[in-house]
Design a protein around this ligand. Structure first.
Ligand SMILES: [Zn+2]
Length: 450
């Protein structure tokens, strides 16, 4: 059972939030197997959704002799959850009955416009989802004395809810909301209240720093000690984005990633390594074409199983994310034994194969954010060239103080850097600053026009 404010102490400064962070890998494996077995047996008897789905595919709980036997369980897609919710609104048949009142919902916007709702009981929300999240804030050094500002829009986005509740209820910090504030009021309040920790998307926090500069305020002098990003590729997946944030704010940069459907997946420790919440979730990296596990450390698509959550547990959930891989055999200097996560490459649909080369959102972002003359704003699209070949066009806004006659040079520089990174030629267009939209939650930078 969860306890709010479990670690509300200023007397002892624990380095790790959870004992799971330093558990020997063999113990983690045993814990994962026991939890998986319990979860599968529980759902076999309590969930008509899973019982029917598994029975149809020939899976039954006795087949789970080892952790690897998870491969016999059919995978779960977001479309299945969505269809079930449309047939049985609002939460669909995946919501296990009798777990207590729903106290929080997440809602994924998706790209199809048909939202999926994720219901949480108190036990699942505070005990599992916030437990997954609070480790990232704790590793970032957020403590009871901090004043935290969560700069997300006020929507049913789990990143907002769990940032807020982890810091307020579990760590005990003062958390300041500001969903309707514009950037200028936000900056005033950061200074007035003495905000020490800032949370938001990398895109928005870079924008906020540039607004400060426009107002003649140096963001580095505002006293923001720690920045925690989420919602799109941050320091864990696009290191140059992390460096930009660090330079703009003069803060230590942390990043975490999760799915609304499952939990916080991974977070950066103080050594800059991504660690996975392996006691709460089971991770598989699969070849997107064969659905077979890839070699340890190799890239592939991420499939996740909820080991603990009981209200709306996702078993072998296709996240739709492509990842760089998971490393299990090397220790991190921080002392944590949780496997290392090498970061996201992008959404499965956003990774485009062009003339045999995989081009990802995080890859392009990392190149552009590494070039000083480029502002933070860019987009790219794939299209068919006149000869029928697939091509990519990248449109970037330069830094505001650069004269238009120098834009050609920037375009050449970006094209060269992209060629060095991907070994294919891309079209680059430099467009006037302010042309592209400013995103506050997740930036939509890729369009497939083929
Ligand atoms: Zn570490």
């Amino acid at each position: 059972m969860f306890m709010r404010g479990l670690r509300q102490t200023t007397e002892v400064d624990y380095k790790y939030w959870s004992p799971a962070e330093t558990m020997p890998p063999s113990e983690i494996k045993r814990l994962q197997y026991n939890r998986l077995l319990e979860q599968v047996n529980y759902l076999w008897t309590k969930s008509s959704f899973y019982h029917e789905k598994w029975q149809e595919s020939g899976f039954y709980p006795e087949r789970l002799k080892t952790l690897e036997d998870i491969r016999y369980i059919p995978r779960l897609t977001k479309e299945e959850i969505r269809e079930s919710q449309e047939k049985n609104p609002p939460y669909g048949m995946m919501c296990v009955p009798g777990r207590g009142p729903i106290i929080r919902i997440g809602m994924t916007s998706g790209t199809t416009g048909r939202p999926v709702l994720i219901p949480f009981t108190e036990e699942d929300y505070f005990g599992t989802y916030c437990e997954g999240h609070v480790r990232s804030a704790w590793a970032a050094g957020v403590r009871k004395e901090d004043i935290v500002h969560v700069a997300y829009g006020f929507t049913p986005f789990m990143g907002l809810a769990s940032s807020y509740d982890s810091c307020e209820h579990l760590i005990g910090s003062l958390v300041v909301p500001g969903g309707t504030w514009d950037s200028s009021l936000r900056l005033t309040m950061i200074e007035k209240l003495g905000i020490t920790v800032l949370m938001g998307t990398p895109t928005y926090l870079l924008h906020l720093a540039s607004v400060a500069e426009e107002h003649g305020v140096d963001p580095r002098k505002l006293g923001v000690r720690v920045i925690c990003t989420a919602g799109e590729p941050g320091a864990m997946s696009a290191p140059n984005t992390g460096l930009r944030l660090e330079k703009a704010w003069g803060s230590k940069i942390y990043d975490y990633s999760g799915t609304q459907e499952t939990n916080c997946i991974a977070w950066l420790c103080e050594e800059g390594t991504g660690h996975l919440n392996e006691d709460l979730l089971y991770f598989e990296v699969l070849d997107p074409e064969t659905n077979e596990p890839v070699e340890p450390g190799a890239p592939g698509k991420l499939v996740i199983t909820d080991l603990v959550q009981k209200t709306h547990p996702c078993i072998r959930f296709e996240t739709g994310d492509m990842v760089r891989g998971i490393e299990t055999d090397t220790a991190c200097p921080c002392g944590r034994t949780l496997s290392k996560f090498k970061g996201f490459k992008g959404r499965v649909g956003d990774i485009i194969k062009v003339r045999g080369v995989c081009v990802s959102v995080a890859g392009i972002e990392n190149v552009i954010r590494g070039i000083e003359d480029c502002s933070d704003n860019y987009e790219y699209h794939a299209f068919k060239g006149s000869n029928g070949m697939d091509r990519i066009k990248v449109r970037i806004e330069p830094q505001k103080n650069i004269e238009a006659e120098l834009w050609d040079n920037i375009s050449k520089k970006v094209a060269e850097a992209l060629h060095n990174a991907f070994m294919i030629n891309m079209d680059v267009e430099v467009i006037p600053p302010g042309t592209l939209p400013i995103y506050k939650l997740k930036a939509k930078r890729f369009r497939d026009l083929r």
